[in-house]
Write a protein that binds this ligand. Structure first.
Ligand SMILES: [Zn+2]
Length: 695
């Protein structure tokens, strides 16, 4: 295996196993000297080769890191460093399996912006939107020369996973993504919403009735603990991304929108089968999970560019439905509360091949620094019906609507507990003063109501759709260790799952998966309270502290079966019941605990008016809440928010092709299983699956 060659003279070529580490260089030079190659002189080096591979990083051919579908597009890239500051990289070529890649290489000097540590005379060599058709492991190589004629080459590998022919083609794919929803979050929702009698579940969650469940390994490209960006993109690109990065491989430039791209499931199925894309979330729509289906950026925070790309690249993704919060990105920067700004936007230069090739070869929009863009108006001009609240959403006849935009809050929507509290207060004739009123959005839809509209709009798509529905604040409220708020958000999410399941049962050509991107907070159901809610409050008044814990926390048989009464709206009448369910957190920060439902959520830094009354009066963090109980629980992670964990998470599947999701799988495996289902549900020998009959 010849992966890196240092040409000292035409007669001497030393082959070494590829190494990214600069520590390898002295060894190479020593070898050169030992072989009598003359005066030790460096040569250009390849410090990054994309797609990422162990072949390049460690010299090992396995495991293969990057995997693609036949024809799935991705970018080839290399960071090339001359051996001294006076030289430059003059040429680069890429080949796959020894055959030159036909497209021209864009060579960009790092003088125009690379990360620290990469010299300004280094160059980034890129070919955009290549693909391979043949199944199997492929080796690719970059060869480069510097200004004095010295050359370097380096190799990596990737694999093409075949799509098998035959079987029923799944028309629609629904991905129900409970952000941060690990096994504990699912179990808690089941106990609260369904209840247990003598050890048996009274009413299972919808997701509990899916016929197939497997487990998912959630690591990202650069950590065992993923965040939501690579957590989502692994399912819909088949590849590991770095934390904070969406639909791209990492690179060495500072521009967050120029990274090597990977074609998403939405883009692949829109291009090859004409499928549409729907994105529904309770978060701000710029957030990592929705963006990680349609937007290519190495910065999940680059909101202006992210929301622009939703609209401007809808020709690539087939985006047809977009609902959630996030209006602050859609209004001109001059509008109070707007978050639009040039710092979070992008514009590809037409004269720089490095980025103009993204436009030419991917067919992507060049972007524009346009902080005063009225994106709401632009969406509507592109044929999207717009709903600003639940009343407006209800008024839209979805069965006659082709494209739908719903933005129900400035940033993240309120959580289920606060939305339900707002609705019940209104029913009681109480006007104002609730959390949803403080946020300024008293009329927000629930996730199942948004999902219902999305399904009706997408059902009109003759060639099918990919719909991603995110229960976003399961994660956000687990970060806040706000037990009752993430519990009710999991129930809200399950009500949306129930609709997706019913849609699939009715249509017979729809595959639904329910999963998470990662677990959040290390939540553990530690038991049940031994006391009534009244006694709990007494114990706080009596001084709290560890006495509170010792008298309240019931473990084993003392936990019993917490019994929540469910109201007609599907949510607990109250979460402050006697003998409530108790939760501990393994990835916690310092906090106070009083075991009662928090009246107000923690401040959400994403909200534009968070520092203005009334939101400014909300508790700033877990140390500013529940202080009366004087029960300090010291954290195991630093900071002011509980963290994601590396624990495997469950995945449940329903519909044709569901059976393949059993067992323990890598998050990237899910992508290939979904794509195979869209190409045809193929049964391995000995397995049978009876698809649900269309009614
Ligand atoms: Zn999170």
């Amino acid at each position: 295996m010849i992966s890196m060659r240092f040409h000292r003279s035409p007669s001497v070529a030393i082959s070494v196993r590829p190494k990214r580490s600069p520590l390898q260089l002295p060894l190479v030079l020593a070898t050169l000297c030992a072989l009598g190659a003359g005066v030790a002189q460096a040569a250009p080096t390849v410090s990054r080769l994309t797609p990422p591979s162990e072949l390049f990083s460690s010299g090992h051919a396995a495991p293969v890191i990057a995997r693609f579908l036949p024809g799935q597009r991705f970018d080839l890239q290399a960071t090339l460093r001359p051996d001294d500051a006076a030289k430059t990289i003059t040429q680069a070529r890429f080949s796959i399996d020894g055959k030159p890649v036909a497209a021209a290489v864009a060579l960009r000097s790092c003088a125009s912006g690379c990360v620290s540590g990469v010299p300004t005379n280094a160059s980034i060599a890129t070919i955009r939107a290549v693909s391979a058709a043949q199944a199997g492991v492929h080796t690719f190589e970059v060869q480069a020369s510097q200004s004095d004629g010295q050359t370097v080459s380096a190799s990596g590998n990737f694999e093409v996973i075949p799509l098998l022919a035959g079987g029923q083609k799944v028309k629609n794919i629904i991905i129900m993504l409970g952000d941060g929803m690990g096994a504990a979050q699912r179990t808690a929702a089941r106990i609260v919403a369904g209840g247990y009698a003598q050890g048996k579940v009274v009413a299972p969650l919808a997701m509990d009735t899916f016929p197939v469940t497997g487990m998912v390994k959630t690591a990202s490209l650069n950590s065992v603990v993923t965040d939501s960006a690579p957590g989502m993109t692994s399912y819909v690109s088949g590849n590991k991304n770095n934390n904070n990065e969406e639909g791209v491989f990492p690179d060495d430039t500072t521009d967050p929108f120029d990274n090597p791209r990977i074609e998403y499931l939405s883009e692949y199925l829109h291009r090859t089968q004409g499928k549409a894309l729907g994105l529904v979330t309770t978060a701000d729509v710029f957030d990592a999970t929705p963006a990680g289906n349609a937007v290519h950026t190495s910065s999940r925070g680059a909101g202006t560019g992210i929301v622009d790309q939703f609209l401007d690249d809808r020709g690539l993704t087939g985006l047809t439905v977009l609902m959630g919060g996030g209006r602050k990105w859609f209004v001109p920067s001059t509008t109070p509360g707007s978050a639009r700004g040039d710092k979070t936007d992008y514009a590809f230069s037409a004269t720089d091949a490095h980025t103009s090739e993204i436009v030419k070869r991917w067919g992507a929009s060049a972007g524009q620094l346009d902080k005063d863009r009225d994106l709401l108006a632009d969406f509507q001009a592109a044929g999207f019906r717009y709903a600003a609240d639940k009343t407006a959403l209800d008024a839209i006849d979805a069965s006659k609507t082709d494209r739908l935009l719903g933005l129900f809050a400035h940033s993240n929507m309120n959580v289920a507990l606060d939305k339900i509290d707002g609705r019940r207060s209104k029913q009681r004739g109480v006007v104002g003063g609730r959390v949803v009123d403080d946020y300024g959005f008293p009329d927000q839809p629930m996730l199942d109501e948004m999902t219902s509209k999305a399904l009706t709009v997408l059902e009109r798509q003759k060639k099918g759709f990919v719909l991603m529905v995110e229960g976003a604040s399961i994660d956000k409220q687990a970060h806040a260790m706000d037990t009752e708020r993430w519990m009710l958000d999991t129930i809200e999410f399950d009500r949306a799952i129930k609709l997706a399941q019913a849609f699939a049962a009715q249509h017979g050509d729809t595959l639904v998966i329910v999963t998470a991107d990662h677990e959040c907070s290390g939540a553990a159901l530690i038991g049940g309270s031994r006391v009534s809610d009244a006694r709990l409050q007494e114990l706080v008044r009596e001084g709290g502290g560890t006495k509170l814990r010792d008298q309240v926390v019931g473990i084993y048989e003392q936990a019993g079966f917490p019994k929540y009464r469910i109201a007609a709206d599907g949510y607990p009448e109250t979460t402050d019941i006697d003998n409530r369910l108790l939760v501990g957190y393994g990835a916690n920060v310092d906090r106070y605990e009083d075991y009662r439902t928090n009246e107000k959520p923690l401040q959400d830094s994403q909200q534009p008016f968070v520092k203005t009354a009334p939101l400014s009066a909300y508790p700033a963090g877990p140390m500013a809440r529940d202080v009366d109980g004087k029960l300090l629980i010291t954290g195991q992670v630093p900071g002011d928010a509980a963290a994601h964990t590396a624990t495997d998470i469950p995945l449940s599947a329903f519909g044709p092709g569901a059976w393949v999701f059993t067992g323990l799988q890598d998050n990237t495996d899910v992508f290939f299983k979904l794509a195979q289902a869209a190409n045809g549900v193929v049964l391995p020998a000995g397995l049978t699956y009876a698809p649900v009959k269309k009614k």
